[in-house]
Design a binder for this molecule. Structure first.
Ligand SMILES: Cc1ncc(COP(=O)(O)O)c(C=O)c1O
Length: 358
C-alpha cells in the first residue's frame, strides 16, 4: 500500500481535532471554541460533529453489512473519489485510468489535482475490453518512468450506460492491475448482481464506494461510504476534512437507514417502473435502442438526441443529453422517476412524435 501512496501522505501527521483527542463524556466542553448554546433548537447544533461518524457507521454495518472497521464516510462519494486521487497521485506526475463512457467526475477530480487521465474505452456492448486493458497495462509497466498509473476507476452499474460488470470481470481487472482499483457501486442497490465487497477479503488493492444519494433518497445529506482495507481507511481518515460530515447529515442518514423497509419497497417500485418505461420508450419510432439497465436510469439511443433534449426541456422535462460523450452519439440518459413523472415523460415523447413524425 505504501508504494501506492504519495510520500507526503505516508509521512503526514494529520490534524488532531478536539473531538478526536477526547471522545468520552464530559460535563463541560471548553475544548473546541464552540458556542455554549445553539440558536436553532437542534440538539448539539453548536457542537462539532463526530469526525468518525461512529454511530452512523455502526448502523451502516447493521443495515448494509459493510464492516464498521473497514468504512470511512465522505461528504458524498465525490469527496471520497477526490480523497483517493489526492492520497495516491502526485500532481503533474502520476495518472489514473478510466473506462469511458463513465462517470464524469473521475476526470474532473483528476484535472483539479493536475493528475493525468488515461483511457481504455468500453466495447460497443459497454463491457470492459479486457484484452485491450491487458495490453494497455503491460505497455504502461514497460514504459513507466517517473510517474505511475495509480488508480483505476470501475463503475458498476456504470453511469451512464447502466450495465454492471460480473464479479469475474472485476476479478480479472484486479489480477491485471497492481494499483488501486476503485469500484464505484453508487447504483448497486438497483441491480440484481453481487457486490464487489465480497472480493475485499481477497484483494487489498480494492476499495468499494457506495452512496446514500441514490437508492436511499438522501442526495441532500451528502453521505458517501468507502469500504476497504484498514490501512487504506486509515489513510482516508488522515486526509479528509476532520468534520466532513455534519451532525444534521449524520442524523438524516441514521433516519433513512432506520427506514430500510420503505426504501426496499421503493426499490421494487423503481425497478417495476424501469421495466415499464423501457418497454414504452422502445415503442416510439424515434427510439433506436433502449439499453438494459441495472440502475435507476435508462440510456437510450434516439434519432437526434439534441433535438429530443431541447424539445423535452422546453416542455418542462429535463433529461440528460449524452451525445458528446465518447461512444454515446445520439444517446440520452433518463432517470426513472415516480409513476406520475414517468407518465409525463411518455406524454413528452408522444408530443415529440406528433411534432416531428406526423
Ligand atoms: C457513479 C457515481 N458515483 C458517484 C456519484 C456521486 O455521488 P454522491 O452524491 O455520493 O457524491 C454519482 C452521482 O451521480 C455517480 O453517478
Amino acid at each position: 500500500m505504501n508504494e501506492l501512496l504519495r510520500k507526503n501522505i505516508v509521512n503526514l501527521k494529520p490534524y488532531s481535532s478536539a473531538r478526536t483527542e477526547f471522545t468520552g463524556k464530559a460535563d463541560v466542553y471548553l475544548d473546541a471554541n464552540e458556542h455554549y448554546r445553539d440558536f436553532v433548537e437542534m440538539k448539539d447544533a453548536n457542537r462539532y460533529p463526530d469526525p468518525k461518524a461512529t454511530v452512523l457507521r455502526k448502523k451502516i454495518e447493521e443495515v448494509l453489512g459493510l464492516p464498521f472497521e473497514h468504512t470511512v464516510l465522505g461528504s458524498g462519494s465525490d469527496e471520497l473519489i477526490d480523497n483517493l486521487i489526492r492520497a495516491t497521485c502526485t500532481p503533474g506526475k502520476d495518472s489514473i485510468l478510466i473506462l469511458p463512457p463513465t462517470y464524469g467526475a473521475y476526470r474532473v477530480f483528476a484535472d483539479i489535482n493536475d493528475v493525468q487521465v488515461r483511457e481504455v474505452p468500453l466495447l460497443p456492448s459497454f463491457e470492459i475490453d479486457l484484452p485491450a486493458l491487458k495490453r494497455f497495462l503491460s505497455k504502461e509497466r514497460n514504459e513507466r518512468s517517473e510517474g505511475r498509473l495509480k488508480l483505476l476507476f470501475l463503475c458498476s452499474p456504470n453511469n451512464p450506460t447502466g450495465n454492471s460488470y460480473s464479479l469475474e470481470t472485476i476479478e480479472a481487472v484486479l489480477t491485471m492491475f497492481d494499483g488501486l482499483v476503485v469500484l464505484d457501486e453508487a447504483y448497486y442497490d438497483f441491480s440484481e448482481g453481487e457486490s464487489g465487497v465480497s472480493l475485499l477479503s481477497k484483494y487489498d488493492h480494492l476499495v468499494v464506494l457506495r452512496t446514500l444519494s441514490k437508492a436511499w433518497g438522501l442526495a441532500s445529506a451528502r453521505v458517501g461510504i468507502a469500504v476497504g482495507s484498514r490501512e487504506l481507511i486509515e489513510v482516508i481518515n488522515k486526509i479528509k476534512y476532520p468534520y466532513n460530515l455534519g451532525t444534521p447529515s449524520q442524523a438524516l442518514a441514521l433516519r433513512a437507514l432506520e427506514n430500510a423497509e420503505a426504501v426496499k419497497r421503493s426499490l421494487d417500485e423503481i425497478k417495476r417502473e424501469r421495466s415499464r418505461l423501457s418497454g414504452a420508450l422502445a415503442g416510439f419510432g424515434c427510439v433506436r435502442i433502449v439499453y438494459p439497465s441495472d440502475a435507476n436510469f435508462l440510456l437510450l439511443k434516439v434519432d437526434d438526441a439534441t433535438r429530443l433534449y431541447t424539445f423535452l426541456t422546453e416542455n418542462g422535462t429535463i433529461i440528460r443529453n449524452r451525445t458528446k460523450e465518447r461512444g454515446l452519439e445520439n444517446c440520452v440518459r433518463i432517470t426513472v422517476g415516480s409513476q406520475a413523472e414517468n407518465d409525463i415523460l411518455l406524454e413528452g415523447f408522444e408530443a415529440y412524435m406528433r411534432k416531428y413524425y406526423a
